[in-house]
Write a new protein. Structure first.
Length: 280
């Protein structure tokens, strides 16, 4: 799945302008918000040529999306590059995505890592998470679970739900960090409360198995259900298993079959096998 690149935010700061102009970057932002893309282009074009970093980013977005001008990914890359070279984190992030996915430029995971790192070092939480994933999976850089945990931690401290889940799971498994179920519980709880499905499943597992907390099947069911209702097949399978064996309450074959079927419909192999075993 392709990742969504960032657009124009009315809250973005105008970091730099080479001089005061009758036409300002802010005017372009206001035009963009009205979907007057041609007007936004006219506001930003002359400023971008003069080195205005935000206007360069604005032009890149217009070329990237084909708004108010013919879509031109090569020009989008060029303008993102100019803004990224001046240190604009949003441009660095978008440029990293383009390199990572080979859009308008040859795929280069190492270049993606380079630009994710530059934005991450400025405190951009999503870039910190993406950089952590690169280290975690060895994409464009040598795999290093310790560095992955460090970058997940930086993003997690800023409230990034996916990073909190990954960090919590690393503490659960002891990958890249010393195994610490209390830390796993802490980070997974934060992510689960943000509605992050994978964290809800992982947190349910901790309560189910009594890892870092007293075993509490009812609390496990609550978290499995939260994720299951949002379509997570692992949560649906786990919830079905709880109902099948009566863990946390009485056995409920009908509820078990219901959730097995939902998980099986999404291709969960365990659910498919279990339905065959019970003849449902």
């Amino acid at each position: 799945m392709l990742s969504a690149r960032r657009s124009i935010s009315q809250g973005q700061d105008h970091q730099a302008s080479v001089r005061q102009d009758a036409v300002s970057y802010a005017q372009g932002v206001a035009a963009y918000a009205r979907r007057a893309y041609g007007e936004a282009y006219r506001c930003w074009a002359q400023l971008a040529e003069r080195g205005d970093v935000q206007a360069q980013y604005g032009l890149a977005v217009l070329f990237d999306r084909g708004e108010g001008i013919a879509r031109n990914l090569a020009k989008a890359v060029d303008w993102y590059q100019r803004a990224a070279d001046q240190g604009l984190a949003d441009a660095q992030y978008n440029l990293a995505l383009l390199y990572n996915e080979g859009i308008g430029v040859q795929v280069s995971r190492s270049q993606a890592v380079r630009w994710f790192r530059k934005a991450a070092e400025q405190g951009d939480a999503e870039s910190q998470y993406r950089l952590a994933r690169c280290y975690d999976q060895g994409l464009g850089v040598a795999r290093n679970r310790t560095l992955a945990a460090e970058w997940y931690g930086k993003a997690a401290e800023q409230g990034h739900a996916a990073a909190r889940n990954c960090l919590g799971d690393m503490y659960r498994t002891g990958d890249g960090v010393a195994r610490d179920y209390a830390q796993a519980l802490y980070w997974l709880t934060l992510a689960a409360r943000q509605g992050y499905g994978y964290a809800q499943v992982n947190l349910g597992f901790l309560y189910d198995q009594g890892l870092g907390v007293h075993s509490d099947p009812l609390e496990a069911i609550n978290w499995y259900r939260e994720a299951a209702l949002h379509g997570d097949p692992m949560a649906q399978y786990n919830l079905a298993e709880m109902f099948r064996i009566g863990r946390g309450g009485q056995q409920d074959p009908q509820q078990a079959i219901r959730w097995y079927r939902k998980a099986a419909a999404q291709g969960h192999p365990g659910a498919v096998k279990r339905l065959r075993q019970i003849g449902a």
